[in-house]
Design a protein around this ligand. Structure first.
Ligand code: ATR
Length: 280
């Protein structure tokens, strides 16, 4: 496949905060590809027309960020992962058709595989996912794909956890927020998919000591790089997967689809992105 003069972009409103240009720009340079990755600030009103004309804007595909992920899902041909999450963050053309996927699933699984190799040995123990929003759906679907037997979804608004059980079936056990420590008893994996622990927000205050020995702890938040939750996990000797790795691994599939090379997540690239993120 010729990769000459190909361009992709990230579409958001606003989009300036996106770290994707840094990541894809690094890969383009690293692999010597004559391509570009740009930012496009597009309002919700303009978004459908922009997507319908993505190719004439000069793009072979795009990343989609807030607030357009659900609109992108409805305006494209989604794959199984996008359908499971109900939102799309990566678009590409296939046989003339604009397709989409949700690479947050791959990002979460990639970070687990990198940070806690062998984590799937815990899949017969219950897992606990905190949160029941869009990010949580990507996390829960990833765990289901990899065969985790039972997932407690704990959410401040219980109804949203119950909705997830309706959506994904009886491997999901919804739990009220008050039970967040109780469900950790003997758990093999815990994942924070809430905005708790993000800089400026309160921390997710749970007792990881209740988890099974060899338990694994993941956090979707990457500001700061090491959330209080991950610091607690590390002190207890538990393996961890962090939000920055999730961001990096979610970028892999898009780059591969647009530029024809499956890029590697390296310590050098991670360091580049970590540079302007507070450590703790
Ligand atoms: P996203 O798409 O990133 O998941 P979201 O749908 O707004 O964003 O979800 C944010 C998650 O963080 C939700 O699970 C939310 O709980 P509610 O469903 O009850 O709103 C959770 N969250 C945010 N602030 C919280 C807090 N102070 N305590 C507990 N959970 C919180």
């Amino acid at each position: 496949m010729s990769t000459e003069n190909r361009a992709a972009c990230v579409i958001g409103w606003p989009v300036k905060h996106s770290r994707s240009p840094k990541m894809h720009g690094w890969w383009l340079k690293h692999y010597g590809i004559d391509g570009e990755y740009r930012m496009e600030e597009v309002s919700p009103e303009e978004f459908p027309a922009f997507i319908a004309n993505l190719r004439s804007h000069g793009y072979v595909g795009a990343n989609i960020t807030i607030p357009h992920k659900e609109a992108a899902f409805h305006l494209t041909q989604p794959d199984e992962r996008a359908r499971a999450v109900g939102a799309s963050n990566t678009l590409w053309y296939e046989n003339g058709e604009l397709r989409s996927t949700n690479t947050d699933v791959e990002g979460f699984l990639g970070a687990l595989d990198a940070g806690a190799p062998g984590w799937e040995q815990n899949k017969d123990r219950p897992a606990v996912v905190f949160g029941a929003g869009g990010a949580s759906r990507a996390v829960v679907w990833g765990l289901l794909e990899r065969g985790v037997a039972r997932i407690h979804v704990v959410n401040r608004t219980f109804e949203r956890a119950a909705e997830m059980a309706k959506l994904y079936g009886d491997r999901i056990v919804p739990a009220p927020w008050e039970d967040r420590n109780k469900v950790l008893e003997g758990a093999g994996l815990a994942a924070n998919a809430t905005s708790l622990g993000l800089k400026g927000n309160p921390d997710l205050d749970v007792d990881l000591l209740r988890m099974a020995p060899g338990g694994v702890v993941a956090d979707i938040n990457y500001v700061p790089l090491e959330t209080k939750l991950l610091a607690q996990a590390r002190r207890l000797g538990l393996k961890t997967a962090d939000g920055l790795d999730m961001l990096l691994y979610q970028g892999v599939r898009g780059f591969e689809l647009w530029f024809g090379v499956r890029p590697e997540v390296t310590p050098e690239l991670r360091e580049l992105l970590a540079q302007d993120i507070p450590k703790s």
